[in-house]
Design a protein around this ligand. Structure first.
Ligand code: ZN
Length: 259
């Protein structure tokens, strides 16, 4: 009960500040309630991920908007799909932990939230890097904000995000295996995110500005055209795959690590 009230309070503040759309707020409230029912460790991790991600997205927001305007598909107003892509697998693990109690769910959940946090932290800090991002696959410079581009600052921020989730898991009494699962799931999940973003995610081109973008209609009002990538694989789908990969790696940690 306390957990869902805290979740509701956070969602109301986030909605008012424009961090969540109406559908995003309803979805976040549902996930917050599931995680609160599963235990305070689940709620603490979800809140830790959400609050840190929201604060980082507000950090130097004007500078980031100026650097990525016309490139990134969506702004700070997260909708239901974005919330599900980041928190869906974590909350599903929370629900299963209620139905079939097992410590394995802790490592699965830690891996999933570690991946979501690592990706969010890497994205929010990486776009502020003074160095041009490079494609994780071709290592050629790409424009700031383009999927699949990596920077040293973003990579370090991603690792820090995963470690932050590991610390919350450990303090919540989830044990060393779950804490390590958050770090391993986080680093591997965000790596998969970048590889998919570089290799398969749809890229679009504005013929008027001669620039890469992820928007269907560019800032200038011109309709963009797809240039490579899979048409159905948008940023949310890539995020969902990478958090699922983090969950899988977290699960494998339960076999690999015996304390
Ligand atoms: Zn344009």
């Amino acid at each position: 009960m306390t957990g869902s009230l805290v979740a509701a309070a956070i969602v109301v503040v986030a909605r008012k500040r424009g961090s969540l759309s109406t559908s995003g707020a309803a979805t976040a409230l549902a996930l917050g309630t599931i995680c609160s029912a599963a235990g305070w460790g689940w709620a603490a991790l979800l809140i830790g991920f959400f609050v840190s991600g929201t604060l980082l997205s507000k950090f130097k927001v004007d500078r980031k908007a100026a650097r990525t305007s016309g490139v990134v598909a969506k702004g700070g107003n997260r909708d239901a799909w974005q919330v599900l892509a980041n928190g869906g697998f974590f909350s599903t693990a929370a629900a299963f932990s209620l139905i079939y109690p097992s410590p394995a769910w802790l490592s699965i959940g830690a891996g999933a939230i570690g991946a979501a946090a690592a990706d969010t932290w890497a994205t929010e800090i990486g776009v502020l890097s003074s160095h041009a991002p490079r494609s994780i696959i071709s290592w050629k410079p790409v424009i700031t904000g383009q999927s699949g581009g990596v920077t040293l600052a973003g990579t370090l921020a991603g690792v820090t995000g995963a470690i932050a989730m590991a610390v919350i898991a450990f303090v919540a009494g989830w044990g060393e295996t779950a804490a390590i699962a958050a770090i391993i799931g986080g680093i591997s999940g965000t790596t998969v995110d970048s590889i998919l973003g570089a290799a398969l995610q749809i890229h679009r081109w504005c013929d008027r500005c001669n620039t890469m973008t992820e928007r269907n209609v560019h800032d200038c009002g011109t309709k963009t055209r797809a240039v490579g990538g899979l048409s159905w694989l948008d940023n949310d789908a890539v995020n969902a795959v990478s958090t699922a990969f983090g969950a899988l790696l977290g699960f494998l940690c339960t076999f690999a690590i015996r304390f």
